[in-house]
Design a protein around this ligand. Structure first.
Ligand SMILES: *Cc1c(COP(=O)(O)O)cnc(C)c1O
Length: 386
């Protein structure tokens, strides 16, 4: 075990060591972490639903009727009426034929990669995609091609090259909708065109767009007006803006039936608690009925960008709730994050390998629960700490 200790020591020296703060209450912008009250700018609970009264009540009612655990996998006896109802609500919400629930987004992505591709097929990914998509490609046994961030000319070339050698094989493009560490959006119309021209399948992971973007909160596809034809495989997580836990894949009848038959991360795992599905179903109604949450979030984003610019704080080119501040050096980013914590602000330092070397950053995320004064306070603290 000496090598493990060496590795831990090395991580410390490189500013790459991670430690977990203990949160003493529900997800909220006002939290108590490690015994200190802080204003949080790091959660993905963008709409403030994780502790919403209606969702809590839906989960409590469901526990009264269905208990706590599902008891087994979906294909055995774990697929409850509450899961089933939630899948129907998700299909309707996304305008897809069907939807399938997964316990986590990580598992949903593994499922798509390995159920839709195999040896000889190819998976194409943006270099800044989420780690779970990268792992999905590695587990699939397909050829794995990565293109520089948002460089669709390179993707075009990679697709042509694969089609020339393996015309009869599958090509799967997997992309983040909103890039999780930069906050910018993929050009889904352009990706859908490329997919069509090269007889490839487009899969979008909308973890950070679902619930937040689009008139009804349908996500980035909704915002860009793309249905099941343009984006045949839509995946989104339910632990971020939806405020609960888990994920889903939505698409055609054939896609969903294939995942049920083939996806090992669906088949060989216990179904999530039915109460979570009930809370998700309720969350979809709240997302539809309370558009003020999306509007307020947009106002807060605009406020942050305007004020940061006026104060000379450089933000990345993002219009979403993810508003990172690039620091560069790992140690400096960690020092800044600590200094902010001492002042009562929780903003994590994101370091390699989550982001490319030399681009360590403070990942600021906003929530509809924030007030403009919270943002002003944060910016002042950042300016004072530098
Ligand atoms: C969070 C996230 C996931 C993983 O989802 P979990 O439900 O947390 O496992 C997948 N993809 C992206 C882009 C994410 O941000």
């Amino acid at each position: 075990m000496k090598s493990l200790q060496d590795d831990l020591d090395q991580r410390r020296q490189q500013g790459l060591y991670h430690r977990r703060g203990v949160n003493q209450g529900p997800s909220s912008v006002h939290t108590r972490i490690d015994g200190r009250n802080v204003l949080s700018f790091c959660s993905n609970d963008y709409l403030g639903l994780a502790n919403h009264a209606a969702l809590r009540q839906a989960a409590i009612d469901a526990i009264e009727r269905f208990g706590v655990g599902s008891g087994s996998a979906h294909l055995v006896s774990g697929h409850s009426a509450l899961h089933h109802e939630c899948e129907q609500a998700l299909a309707e919400f996304t305008g897809r034929e069907r939807a399938l629930l997964f316990s986590t987004g990580y598992m949903a992505n593994l499922a798509v990669g390995s159920a839709l591709t195999g040896r000889g097929d190819a998976i194409f990914q943006d270099k800044l995609n989420h780690a779970s998509l990268i792992d999905a490609a590695q587990l699939s046994h397909a050829l794995f091609k990565r293109y520089p961030h948002q460089n669709l000319d390179r993707l075009d070339q990679q697709l042509s090259a694969h089609a020339a050698d393996h015309a009869e094989h599958n090509r799967l493009i997997m992309t983040d909708g909103v890039f999780s560490m930069d906050g910018d959006k993929a050009d889904l119309s352009e990706l859908a065109d490329l997919a069509r021209r090269h007889a490839a399948t487009l899969m979008v992971d909308d973890a950070h767009g679902f619930g937040v973007l689009g008139q009804q909160g349908g996500g980035l596809c909704d915002e860009q007006g793309l249905g099941q034809d343009a984006v045949p495989v839509l995946m989104a997580t339910l632990g971020k803006a939806v405020g609960v836990s888990g994920a889903f894949v939505a698409g055609s009848e054939v896609l969903i039936e294939s995942l049920i038959q083939r996806a090992r991360s669906y088949i060989y795992t216990t179904a999530s608690p039915p109460a979570l599905a009930a809370a998700v179903t309720r969350a979809l109604q709240v997302i539809r009925d309370e558009p003020w949450r999306r509007d307020k979030l947009q106002d807060l984003i605009a406020h942050l960008r305007l004020r940061a610019q006026a104060m000379g704080i450089h933000l990345m080119d993002s219009t979403t709730a993810i508003q990172p501040i690039i620091i560069g050096d790992n140690h400096t980013a960690v020092r800044l994050s600590r200094a902010l914590f001492e002042k009562g602000f929780h903003v994590p330092a994101i370091r390699p390998p989550t982001v490319p070397p030399g681009t360590a950053r403070l990942r600021v995320t906003l929530s509809a629960e924030h007030q403009t004064e919270d943002i002003d306070q944060l910016l002042r603290a950042i300016a004072d700490s530098r």
